[in-house]
Design a protein around this ligand. Structure first.
Ligand code: ZN
Length: 243
């Protein structure tokens, strides 16, 4: 257990105020994810659980400088809605709430904010509006990062057996890569008796060991990148204005 709490929602207003006023708090992570079908064998909360595992581990590694704020559990998943039970929010809703969450933590005094993403479907829509966010939050060192972006082809080649194509196998969707992460940290969400019944057999190559190896690299690399954000070495770019 970390000696210092990293979850914003677990602090009282006094504890938050004292930590912010002391200069101890340097950065905030806002996780965003999805609740959507993950084939026949994984629970729908996978993206939310995995991004929180990463966010918490990074905050603990950089403790006491980083807090994890409450984020967006549900994401942009219209493309999964043919599978009943999947949840989705429309892009306008997603960005409206994300904008409000960023605004809240900026008002609280954070100068460095990382929106850490755990769902592929959020990526393209966010890239489309991100320069608007950078303009609106000019002065805040604001970043968006899908947590698998710190992995590369060499990692896939070394650790995956069923296929190593980016993005089809890593991150892919509920296949060897994601299933390994589930087995490593929340195995109760993986129904190993059901993965045999589906057409896609790649999930059966997943192991907890692979998941741990990926997570170790992810946490190490995001923490390193985040340190350069906190130090100011890595600054979000201010998009140009029309002359
Ligand atoms: Zn997923």
């Amino acid at each position: 257990m970390p000696s210092t709490e990293v979850r914003l929602q677990k602090l009282t207003r006094r504890e938050f105020r004292e930590r912010m006023d002391s200069g101890e708090l340097k950065a905030c992570i806002i996780p965003v994810a999805a609740i959507e079908q993950h084939l026949e064998h994984m629970a729908m909360e996978h993206d939310w659980r995995s991004v929180n595992v990463v966010a918490r581990a990074v905050a603990e590694k950089l403790s006491p400088q980083v807090l994890v704020a409450e984020g967006l559990k549900v994401g942009i998943s219209e493309h999964h809605m043919s599978h009943p039970g999947s949840l989705t929010v429309r892009p306008g809703t997603f960005f409206s709430v994300l904008n409000d969450l960023i605004r809240s933590v900026v008002l609280a005094g954070f100068e460095n904010v990382l929106v850490l993403n755990g769902h592929g479907g959020n990526v393209k829509p966010t890239e489309g509006v991100w320069d608007q966010f950078l303009r609106e939050f000019k002065g805040t060192n604001l970043h968006f990062l899908p947590y698998w972006d710190v992995l590369n082809q060499a990692d896939a080649d070394e650790l995956l057996e069923g296929g190593t194509q980016i993005p089809w196998d890593m991150p892919g969707h509920a296949q060897e890569w994601e299933t390994s992460i589930g087995l490593a940290r929340f195995p109760e969400n993986v129904r190993t008796d059901m993965w045999k019944d589906q057409e896609d057999q790649k999930p059966s190559l997943a192991t907890a060991e692979k998941g741990e190896a990926f997570l170790e690299r992810i946490v190490e690399r995001i923490s390193g990148k985040f340190e350069t954000i906190i130090s100011g070495e890595l600054q979000s770019e201010n998009p140009p204005y029309f002359p």
